[in-house]
Design a binder for this molecule. Structure first.
Ligand code: SF4
Ligand code: SF3
Length: 527
């Protein structure tokens, strides 16, 4: 067999559900894959140095913590395709490590890339931890952008990264580390929830327009609310409207953004439809994070990146935590563009994060007690382009009318426009927000547990049918496992990075299962 040009199996779309070996299904080239492997390794090496410093009672600066989180974020699926940006991050990381630990003599070559670990179970667990940490780093980075940090989370990210280079750590130690990653996943999502709600208020029930207005517009995608805020401020009074795309939709639910009259609505759907939708949007598009699809030439000069996102040939708006980014060039471009072409009309409703649902708790509990609501199904997670994901639209359509869907993340686009109705005024699709707002769903479940006087979250009339795609879903999954949630169905395929033995551990201890047919799964999950 020929040597693979690259090896990556971190996302759900990995080739043949085994691994991308020639180029990424996502569009990542072998060169960029090698650079990302190098950046992950250099970041782990820096983490080993900072972990040693902490063990010696020495402090580690916030800028070093932020470097670790941004580096990991850059290697998440569909975040950064820009070889130069990744190369620069590698050089910066090396320089910081040499400053902190001039005598670090670790052999590099043995640790770079997934296949450097020969034993498939150790490899599987190291990658499970690494991908969970990538997701956690992404969420930390968003909190950092709002000037909130949790030193314990950062110290854990670095300790766990270092542990994935530790050859003395066997299967049991790595399983424990994966579960501990889930614990810090909860802490990381709590940090981000606090950062978002401190800055922008608690999400509230909101109708979001999905049509267009007559002005030129800027479309903002990704997950970074601080970037959106700066853009809204800088576009005020310019005659340019701002629309959200994909994971930025939940920004409309926050009270603080409602004051911007030019915050026009949500345009389009989940990330994978961006080629046709960005073409039709006509104006500039700002990608604040993943998911970036390699752009068509027709709109490449309108695609801008910022933060951890990047694409070669697309302009990047610089700026770190606490700095004000300058979006004037993007705004100037918008003014020269025609208004967006309408692709949909109507409204969608969301904003069912924890405080809003707590305010409705009596109504919800009453509906369950009276039998009006039979069950809740958590269908949070990611959307994707594979046909097999039609399963989730079908599943939502075929769910009995007395079942409520709790969602977060871009998975919702498979069913949030189906008009699934309501139960006594409670919509059948309750959208808490972005994938990180799965934390809200966990708080809602804990609140229901309390309201019903149960000892165990698994006794609730609640089932989990989660769709995953990239590494943020991995940290959400590990967080749910840490909270004691059992019998999660995960699809459309189980991760390729789970070796048969590691998958067995998850099945036996947590009842994790894949998906089957829609009818069988509805029977199994809601009876
Ligand atoms: Fe393949 Fe996914 Fe890795 Fe891209 S991120 S190279 S699609 S496994
Ligand atoms: Fe979506 Fe990329 Fe995961 Fe944040 S935008 S949920 S896939």
């Amino acid at each position: 067999m020929n040597e693979p040009k690259m090896f990556c199996f971190q996302c759900q779309e990995t080739a043949g559900n085994k691994g991308c070996t020639i180029c990424g299904v996502c569009g990542k080239t072998a060169d960029v894959a090698a650079l990302q492997d190098g950046l992950v390794f250099e970041t782990k090496r820096l983490a080993a140095a900072t972990t040693a410093l902490r063990a010696a009672g020495k402090p580690v600066g916030r800028d070093v913590n932020h470097l670790v989180t941004v580096n990991l974020f850059m290697t998440i699926t569909n975040a950064n395709f820009d070889a130069d940006a990744i190369r620069a991050a590698i050089e910066k990381t090396k320089a910081v490590r040499l400053e902190l630990a001039p005598n670090d003599a670790m052999g590099a070559k043995d640790h770079i890339g997934v296949l450097a670990t020969a034993d498939e179970d150790i490899r599987s667990l190291r990658e499970l931890v690494t991908y969970g940490l990538k997701g956690l780093a992404a969420y930390s980075k968003h909190a950092n952008a709002l000037m909130q940090d949790d030193e314990e989370v950062d110290a854990f990210i670095q300790r766990a990264l270092a542990a994935t280079l530790d050859d003395s750590l066997g299967v049991d130690g790595l399983v424990a580390l994966a579960l501990e990653t889930g614990k810090y996943g909860v802490a990381g999502m709590a940090l981000l929830d606090k950062a978002n709600t401190d800055a922008y208020g608690n999400p509230e029930i909101t109708e979001v327009d999905i049509g267009v207005r007559g002005n030129p517009g800027i479309l903002v995608s990704g997950h970074d609310l601080r970037d959106l805020e700066m853009l809204l401020e800088q576009t005020t009074g310019t005659g340019v409207d701002v629309y959200t795309h994909s994971e930025m939709l939940p920004a409309h639910y926050y009270p603080a953004f409602k004051k911007y009259a030019h915050f026009a609505g949500n345009y389009g759907n989940a990330w994978w439809k961006q080629k046709e939708e960005f073409e039709k949007f006509n104006g500039p598009i700002l990608m604040t994070t993943n998911c970036v699809v390699p752009p068509a030439a027709s709109y490449k000069d309108r695609l801008w990146t910022t933060g951890a996102a990047g694409f070669p040939g697309c302009r990047h708006v610089p700026g770190g935590c606490g700095e004000t980014k300058d979006f004037s060039a993007l705004i100037a471009q918008a003014k020269t563009c025609p208004p967006p072409t309408q692709i949909e009309t109507g409204k969608i409703v969301g904003g069912f994060a924890h405080e809003q649902v707590f305010a409705l708790a009596d109504k919800v509990v009453e509906a369950v007690k009276s039998g009006a609501i039979r069950k809740f199904v958590v269908m949070a997670g990611c959307d994707g382009r594979q046909r097999t994901r039609e399963y989730y639209a079908e599943f939502a359509k075929k769910l009995p009318g007395d079942v409520v869907i709790l969602t977060a993340g871009c998975a919702k686009y498979k069913y949030n426009k189906l008009g699934l109705g309501d139960i006594g005024g409670i919509p059948r699709v309750l959208d808490a927000g972005q994938c990180n707002d799965s934390y809200s769903l966990a708080l809602i479940a804990l609140k229901l547990k309390e309201a019903f006087g149960l000892d165990d979250i698994n006794q609730l009339p609640l089932a989990f049918n989660i769709a995953w795609y990239e590494q943020k879903a991995v940290i959400v999954l590990l967080a749910l496992l840490h909270l004691g949630v059992k019998n999660i169905h995960l699809g459309p395929t189980l991760p390729a990075f789970l070796s048969p033995n590691v998958a067995k551990v998850l099945v036996e201890n947590f009842g994790i299962a894949g998906i089957g047919t829609v009818d069988d799964d509805i029977k199994a999950l809601v009876g």
